[in-house]
Write a protein that binds this ligand. Structure first.
Ligand SMILES: [Fe+2]
Length: 254
């Protein structure tokens, strides 16, 4: 049967929407409660919708009973402080899974490449229902920072770089792309990220906001890109060696 997909995302897997007038909104994200998540210490999340409305960010499949990234439950303590953000997540009228504001500390390009990952939004998603994609709504003004999207994790030629000025908004098939943010600057970056179910409603929303599937990627010095790529390969090899040495030590009872 297959999943229901948004036609707007068929060609390139992402669309950049009309810029939102972010300056007209209150800075609600500064009032939210954040929870530590990944161990890197670079990111925290403020959940607006979670599996059961608790102040946590775990994948819905890690709960009991496990389920896919749909039917998120609003987290009262945070949504009370962020009615505008909640309304923006609800605007397309589609099913919402996880919805949260991410806080990302500044990093480097090679650090972002190391963090490239594909999301797992569609784990346990029933066949015949809508494919889950994600919206990114940049809240802070980070025109020198980029959302990096790669079809091939290790091929810089496939990289699309979207600058993240305040109000920049995208819909991305994050299970298709390897993605991460390169955040330059001295302050944290804030972005509203929401899991949305694909279908005709999402397509109508994307069309109304003139979704652009061929955004001009920002230029970057090829030598700089190559050096970062080499550094990441070195780091990944180092990590693999550490993991295998640890496994060997455990097998040998060390
Ligand atoms: Fe992701």
């Amino acid at each position: 049967m297959g999943y229901i997909r948004s036609h707007a995302l068929e060609e390139t897997g992402y669309v950049v929407l009309d810029r939102h007038d972010q300056a007209a909104d209150p800075r609600e994200w500064l009032d939210l409660e954040y929870v530590d998540w990944l161990s890197s210490g670079q990111t925290r999340f403020a959940p607006l919708a979670s599996a059961f409305g608790e102040m946590e960010c775990n994948g819905f499949w890690n709960h009991t009973p496990p389920r896919t990234d749909k039917d998120g439950v609003w987290v009262p303590a945070n949504t009370a402080k962020a009615p505008v953000l909640k309304a923006r997540a609800e605007e397309p009228g589609v099913n919402i899974g996880r919805c949260r504001v991410i806080e990302l500390q500044p990093n480097t390009y090679s650090n972002a490449l190391y963090n490239l990952h594909q999301d797992d939004n569609n784990r346990l998603n029933p066949d015949g229902t809508g494919w889950i994609v994600r919206s990114f709504m940049n809240l802070s003004d980070d025109a020198d920072s980029y959302l990096l999207l790669r079809e091939d994790r290790f091929d810089p030629e496939t990289e699309v770089r979207i600058p993240l000025a305040a109000g920049t908004q995208l819909v991305v098939d994050t299970q298709r792309f390897w993605h991460a943010v390169w955040h330059q600057g001295s302050e944290p970056r804030y972005c509203l990220i929401t899991s949305w179910e694909s279908g005709p409603e999402l397509d109508a929303y994307i069309a109304a906001k003139h979704g652009e599937p061929h955004y001009a990627t920002a230029a970057l010095d090829p030598v700089f890109v190559q050096e970062a790529q080499t550094e990441v390969r070195r780091q990944l090899a180092e990590r693999a060696a550490t993991i295998s040495a640890k496994g060997r030590a455990e097998r040998e009872g060390a």
